[in-house]
Design a protein around this ligand. Structure first.
Ligand code: SF4
Length: 661
């Protein structure tokens, strides 16, 4: 009764052998579950320098320590494997209902190694785990696959399915894994790992109980947070069209102050992440025109179509991931924009709308709904795909690509027809789509060195849709995290909202009226904040928590108390942060063992302001990223110049001993 199940399942797809492994309590006490359990298991079991698409790579589906314990907003799972996109540690966080289903089968993680001769899927129910032939499903999209498998294995309760579509089957390095008909574990290219193993899907139908230690305390925390979320609302009179003005007002002045993260909740409840599509344009948060433009290029005549009130007009019902009281998702009717081809789609996330909207100067919202659904079905990551199409458009506009290369597509800014056609080609690996299906870094190898200046990435991964020239701490996470280019690890803004300093003794307090310019200067304070972000995010990802609950503030969503109630450990937030540091250090050790030079993950010059933008809200902004990365590593106890974890840090965290358990 400690929240976790205490064992994992290993499926060897080459031999067909399936076996359970017990995981000692000590591992959970030092790495939690979720991403920590994944890092522990993969570091121990993947041989160094394994081919990410070969039999030695291990793909894991890991649940969170808090998932299913009665806690709320803790229903997220992660896919983990060596990433074929970056060559290092890979993970991808996803919602829906898969996380509890993993634990209901009796496991904290389900791992796969080897390569099957023919397509297969794994089914687990009360009779145990079995592999089935999936030849009839290979070639089908993820939504169809899920529907067929749910129908095939229908029992008293609906089973949970994760599957891949065409892009992943064709080993696109920017492909992901889908569950709940389009919730996507899109990052790190882990769909390709699943495709390489010829694993089409997993179907989970267990009925094991998940229990936390102190159920009453969990209930109390849940009630308290649930009430806060219920009460968090703003006047109905506030319209989506007012968001740009609100953003301008909030961005006025040259200082910032600590905030209560609950202020983000009403927006999430009403619109979901799409409120950022217009809120983030006036202050420069939303990247425009392949990260080289601004609101001046995507002005009112274009961004008015991205008003969240317009986007949610199609929303027919709200969507909540498992155990979520916020419910930022939605199911939208898209039968008219897809000419009857698809009935519905998950409400596109901000990331998708911006990647295929402002980033490409595309104001055609209908095309974005369509792309959202084909990407979900084909299981291709919209962030990477949008960045890659932006790269292709800039190549075309500058004569590096011609109509001969694009099969006649006029790849001009904002040409939605061409954008849709290219997105389809990428999923199918047709023509230019074949070159682009592996992301910008690989595309440069085919298209030519000259195009590197348009290939926006960090360590081979295309960055999420938030601009580090607005938030330099975000840039540190884009560049210094073992999984680069990720907007979900941390940012200065997240730090301000979650108020970690109220719990963790060494987390610097955000003072009233802190000059914004402070964040652009490499300093130990900035570095300690970014280290704190990294540590807390590992804890969240080890617990199954959602980033949006974390941002609502740790005095509101009481993660540390939840963990103590679930496990009975009764340790301090500082102790948990040490666990987070251990998890992050192990992820970095994984990369070092793979031969990665951490400085090679430094984000693309353009998004560090080299050269600086000449106009717009981020005009002249420069992020001294190299120095900031070095400070971050030093504050972590890693080598300041090389980014390698120091022997004394590894020893202090007891990692080597733990790996030998
Ligand atoms: S806030 Fe949104 S993404 Fe997070 S768990 Fe809830 S529904 Fe899922």
């Amino acid at each position: 009764m400690k929240g976790y199940m205490g064992k994992v399942l290993m499926v060897d797809l080459t031999s067909g052998n399936i076996f359970e492994e017990d995981i000692p309590d000590k591992i959970y006490e030092n790495f939690l579950s979720g991403v920590g359990l994944g890092a522990y298991y993969l570091y121990k079991n993947i041989p160094p320098k394994a081919d990410p698409l070969g039999p030695d790579n291990i793909l894991g589906f890991v649940s969170g320590l808090l998932t299913g314990t009665g806690s709320v907003v803790t229903g997220r799972w992660l896919a983990v494997a060596k990433s074929p996109l970056t060559g290092g540690w890979g993970d991808s966080n996803c919602g829906g209902n898969l996380s509890p289903a993993i634990k209901q089968c009796g496991y904290d993680g389900i791992f796969f190694k080897g390569i099957s001769e023919k397509p297969v899927y794994l089914h687990i129910d009360k009779n145990g785990p079995r592999l089935y032939d999936a030849s009839d499903l290979w070639g089908r999209d993820a939504v169809e696959t899920e529907e067929i498998l749910i129908d095939r294995h229908k029992d008293k309760k609906k089973c949970s399915v994760a599957s891949i579509g065409e892009a992943a089957e064709k080993l696109s390095l920017i492909s992901g894994i889908s569950n709940d008909k389009g919730r996507m574990a899109g990052r790190s290219g882990l769909g390709a790992v699943m495709g390489s193993k010829k694993l089409k899907a997993i179907v989970l139908d267990g009925d094991k109980k998940i229990e936390g230690n102190d159920k009453e305390e969990i209930k109390r925390i849940t009630k308290e947070y649930g009430n806060k979320v219920k009460k968090a609302s703003f006047p109905n009179k506030l319209k989506g069209s007012m968001l740009p003005t609100m953003s301008r007002v909030m961005d006025m002045g040259s200082t910032y102050s600590p905030l209560n993260g609950m202020m983000s909740i009403p927006m999430m409840k009403r619109w979901g992440t799409i409120f950022t599509n217009t809120f983030g344009l006036p202050n420069g948060d939303c990247p425009v025109k392949n990260w080289d433009g601004s609101i001046k290029d995507f002005g009112y005549s274009k961004y008015k179509y991205m008003n969240p009130d317009i986007i949610i007009k199609r929303e027919e019902k709200k969507y909540h991931c498992y155990s979520c009281v916020i419910g930022c998702g939605g199911i939208c009717n898209v039968s008219d924009v897809t000419r009857g081809k698809f009935k519905e789609t998950h409400k596109p996330e901000y990331e998708t709308v911006n990647s295929f909207g402002a980033l490409l100067l595309n104001k055609d919202l209908d095309s974005i709904y369509y792309i959202n659904e084909i990407m979900n079905r084909g299981t291709m990551d919209t962030i990477s795909a949008g960045n890659t199409i932006a790269y292709a458009i800039e190549c075309y506009e500058n004569g590096i690509l011609t109509e001969k290369d694009t099969d006649g597509l006029k790849l001009t800014w904002g040409n939605s027809e061409a954008i849709v056609a290219l997105a389809k080609k990428m999923i199918k690996r047709e023509g230019l789509g074949d070159v682009l299906a592996d992301g910008v870094k690989k595309a440069v190898e085919s298209i030519g060195k000259d195009s590197e200046k348009y290939a926006i990435n960090a360590g081979g991964q295309e960055p999420g849709m938030h601009d580090p020239r607005l938030d330099p701490i975000l840039g540190i996470h884009f560049s210094a995290d073992p999984t680069p280019g990720r907007h979900t690890v941390g940012a200065g803004q997240y730090y301000t909202y979650m108020r970690l300093w109220e719990h963790v003794s060494w987390a610097p307090k955000v003072k009233m009226r802190t000059p914004k310019e402070n964040n652009y200067v490499p300093s130990s304070e900035v570095a300690i904040k970014s280290v704190a972000n990294s540590c807390i995010k590992q804890i969240v990802d080890g617990s199954g928590g959602c980033l949006f609950a974390m941002i609502s503030g740790l005095s509101n969503w009481r993660l540390f108390d939840y963990l103590n109630a679930a496990t009975g450990w009764n340790i301090t937030p500082d102790d948990y942060m040490l666990i987070g540091k251990r998890m992050q250090t192990l992820r970095q050790m994984f990369n070092i063992r793979e031969g990665i030079e951490p400085m090679s993950f430094k984000m693309h010059d353009r998004i560090a302001g080299n050269p600086p933008l000449k106009e717009g809200p981020l005009e002249g902004k420069i992020v001294p990223i190299e120095d900031m990365m070095k400070n971050h590593w030093e504050a972590f106890g890693w080598h300041k110049e090389s980014g390698k974890p120091l022997e004394e840090t590894i020893a202090e965290l007891n990692i080597t001993n733990l790996l030998n358990i």
